[in-house]
Design a protein around this ligand. Sequence first.
Ligand SMILES: Cc1cc2nc3c(=O)[nH]c(=O)nc-3n(C[C@H](O)[C@H](O)[C@H](O)COP(=O)(O)O)c2cc1C
Length: 219
Amino acid sequence: MNFSNEQRDAVYEAIHNRRDIRRFLSTPLDETAIKRILLAGHHAPSVGFMQPWDFILVSSDSIKNELAAAADKERRALAIHFAAEGRDSKFLSLKVEGLREAPLTVCITCDPTRGGDHVLGRNSIPETDILSVACAIQNMWLAAYAEGIAMGWVSFYKKADVRRILNIPPHIDPTALLSFGYTDEYPDQPLLEKAGWAKRNSFDSLLHYDTWNNKDGSR
Ligand SMILES: Cc1cc2nc3c(=O)[nH]c(=O)nc-3n(C[C@H](O)[C@H](O)[C@H](O)COP(=O)(O)O)c2cc1C
């Protein structure tokens, strides 16, 4: 662990500039880069080293279309929640997935049974299995950025739909659908911020010193 300043800066550049992408070109992906991205996922930390993930690589157009239809059904069903605030049509105007366009979708799953009944550390906080999968996803996102490949995280779906479409056993959690592809639109701000839907919270407002809500950081 002895990074040069350039190497350190590259890590922060990936962290700060990585974006969630929903528009993709049909250009085929570099398979060796995809393997490196998947391997980056597999090298994520995991509770008790349980490595609860599997990766289903979907490139079939017909299966991608089925996943996109499931996501679209969920997107339309969720619009109702924004109706009271008068934001349903704005919500429906947002593009929330690029499953049809992206050359590759990876369904990353979580097997809560992996590692047996008593995975070290997971007895206290059961959702640490899913948190481990989230670490794998972030590794993949940053690796994809370094490879010049865009990634989008899609969570608009009913798990039962994705289990049926991808033939996933009932005890396995389909944690996320990750779209991969090249893009010619890599924004410098989150797309939801660009669309005026949400903005980044002020960093200072999130800092507490010693105890919750103590805002005085002077020592
Ligand atoms: C758990 C999780 C689920 C997400 N699900 C979706 C999704 O279904 N559709 C979508 O367009 N973006 C999804 N996103 C991406 C977020 O909208 C995005 O990360 C956020 O707007 C900040 O933008 P940035 O990732 O470009 O910084 C998801 C992100 C996370 C972490």
